[in-house]
Design a protein around this ligand. Sequence first.
Ligand code: UTP
Length: 290
Amino acid sequence: MKKVRKVVFPAAGFGTRFLPATKVIPKEMLAVVDKPIIQYGVEEALAAGCEQIIVITAHGKSAIEDHFDISHELETALEKRGKFELLELSRRISSMVDISYVRQKDAKGLGHAVLMAKDLVGDEPFAVILPDDVIDAPVPCLKQMMSVFERVQSSILATHKVEGPAISSYGVLDGDPIEPGSRIIDVRGMVEKPKMEEAPSKNAIIGRYILTPTIFELLEKITPGAGGELQLTDGIKGLLATEKVYGYNFEGTRYDAGDKFGMLTATVDFALKREDLGPRFREYLKGLKL
Ligand code: UTP
């Protein structure tokens, strides 16, 4: 029985949809309320029992490394000012987990970013979390996927149902549930950004994957696909030819925080759920003349 111990966080992209904010600040460090989006992902990975985190980083992304490191200056200042709760918060982040970093020198695409983790992952199944997909779920999404992995011991792609023309922004699965009503889908194929009429299902792939190490050999061979980038989905299509791949319709809500609209909805929903902010923010929203 294989176990997933390592999670790869690709964080080397330019985040152009968030310019000018992302000219200097990594997209992965933009906050939903007061927490950088990558931290939501790291907490999810830890809640799923993962032991090693590998962040794919790039020039200009050192704020990510600093965020998960100890800040002696900040801690001394908070201690002197008697701000012990904030001190605890800062210490909790740096002691959360040890993270390894690998540089992707050129942002050649998500498939290339995942390939950068090959040596650190080695010959074992691993997970990929796209930090800009922030997920709010009763059981953390990756933990749900781990339970499915225990059962199927194969690659798993998280999906959610997308209605209408929005499906054309996603990779879409072709396949059926393994049994009526099941959240697990037996994948036959996948189509990248199909027209609504041509989409093989409503199951759109989102930013959580569990992959077998076979993916690395395939990623080494792929050529530039959509947008001239080395696409992870092209590697997974190769995987389908030799191994079982499953989709998993996770339970929860996914926000595309790499996109302005998704970031706004995440901010509103997360703020409303907060004990310290929610009641006041709800009153404010109620008062808006929309
Ligand atoms: P995105 O396509 O959403 O991110 O990739 P992007 O390219 O940074 O953003 P836009 O489209 O220009 O606004 C999803 C994740 O994959 C990482 C990104 O950092 C992001 O977290 N990524 C993407 C890499 O690590 N390397 C790449 O070459 C491309």
